[in-house]
Design a binder for this molecule. Structure first.
Ligand code: NAD
Ligand code: ZN
Length: 353
């Protein structure tokens, strides 16, 4: 997979205009959802100066990351006269960068695209790494393609209009990157409030470090044959928590479920692969303090266990975990039996008190 050109800044300036002008294209399209059309497009428009483009807007939210919305983007490209030489800018969170990336990967067998992520989660995760796709038949990211963006422009200026919950959701993925990288980066993340954007310089630097961690892992294993699974830390239990809340009045944002999943998977790491208990307790306290508590009882354990068993990353009926021996010391392809998983769920509930 080709390497993405990733640029990071805290103010747009003339960077978008420079990026667009450096590319050889005939028509420019900008994809937004209804929220980024309102909050982020005016900033980008100003930064593009007088460069003409065709706007394309789609409904917001993961429920719309589907074939109908994809089809509407293909239609807009087609009716707007897009050719193989056209350029698509995806301006939005992971929903827009995933769907827009897949539209670009497939339209006329592939046109070039750039991502301008506007949520913290898409800045440190969704917009980098080349995975694109849509949900299909009720399954998340069921259809997609590996297709890297030409350029990813990460600008923290976009975060000023993002709400605290979405900031905290993205910060959970940063914490995950901290855990799989170095003690220093992890410790620095634990000193901040997840929703705090007041120190733009510091936040931009931390985002940059987070992105580089993901980029390094993806460059060594772009198609997820091995090391890329490190990025799944917290996600086996996290996805079960996410699905568990899906049909309730309060569905969890992805990053919240990952944060809660991290508590359980670090517990498993302490029991199975020697993860230090002091780092387990520190991280657990930090997560409880900032991501609140998921309420469930032991009656829910079988349902949660069954959700983990059906995770698409499993093979041969065993639950696959990415665990840690220590911060930055990754243990791939670990398994745990039902009793130990129940123990990890006990640990989550006991530490909520
Ligand atoms: N491709 C990958 O590697 C990868 C990795 C992680 C997640 N994802 C995908 O990313 C998606 C989740 O991404 P997300 O959390 O960014 O969700 P999202 O794109 O749905 O954005 C969350 C909400 O914030 C709004 N929003 C976006 N930017 C805003 C801004 N600057 N100001 C105000 N509101 C804004 C959106 O309209 C939406 O309502 C999921 O579909 C997930 O599958 C992909
Ligand atoms: Zn995630």
């Amino acid at each position: 997979m080709e390497k993405q050109d990733i640029r990071i800044c805290c103010s747009l300036g003339d960077e978008p205009a420079r990026i667009v002008r450096s590319k050889d294209y005939d028509r420019l399209f900008i994809l937004t959802d209804e929220n980024t059309e309102l909050h982020s497009l005016p900033l980008l428009k100003e930064a593009l100066q007088d460069i003409p483009f065709t706007p394309v807007s789609i409904p917001a939210g993961d429920l719309h990351k589907n074939i109908d919305t994809l089809s509407s983007v293909w239609t807009a490209l087609s009716q707007g006269g897009a050719s193989r030489k056209s350029l698509l800018l995806n301006l939005g969170g992971g929903m827009v960068t995933d769907l827009g990336g897949f539209a670009a990967a497939t339209f006329k067998r592939g046109i070039r695209y750039a991502n301008l992520p506007t949520t913290l989660l898409s800045m440190v995760d969704a917009a980098v790494g080349g995975k694109t796709g849509i949900n299909f038949c009720g399954l998340k990211n069921e259809v997609g393609a590996f297709c890297p963006a030409d350029t990813v422009l990460i600008c923290t200026q976009f975060l000023h209009t993002l709400d605290r919950r979405n900031l905290a959701s993205g910060y959970a993925e940063m914490l995950k990157h901290g855990l799989i990288s170095t003690r220093a980066h992890w410790a620095e993340l634990l000193k901040r409030q997840p929703g705090d954007t007041s120190d733009a310089g510091q936040l931009t630097r931390l985002i940059e470090e987070s992105v580089r961690i993901k980029e390094r892992i993806v460059s060594q294993d772009p198609y997820e044959k091995g090391l890329r699974k490190a990025l799944n830390l917290g996600h086996t239990v996290g996805h079960a928590f996410e699905s568990f809340t899906f049909h309730t009045d309060h569905p969890a944002l992805h990053g919240y479920a990952v944060a809660w999943g991290l508590v359980c998977e670090l517990y498993l790491s302490a029991r199975l692969t020697g993860f230090p208990t002091e780092a387990l307790h520190q991280t657990t306290r930090f997560i409880h303090e900032h991501w609140g508590h998921l309420t469930f009882s032991c009656d829910d354990y079988p349902a949660l266990y069954s959700l983990m068993l059906h995770d698409k990353k499993n093979t041969g009926g065993t639950i696959n975990f990415t665990l840690l021996r220590d911060i930055g010391d990754i243990a791939l392809n670990q398994t745990a039996g039902r009793d130990l998983i129940y123990e990890a769920l006990d640990y989550y509930r006991e530490t909520c008190e």
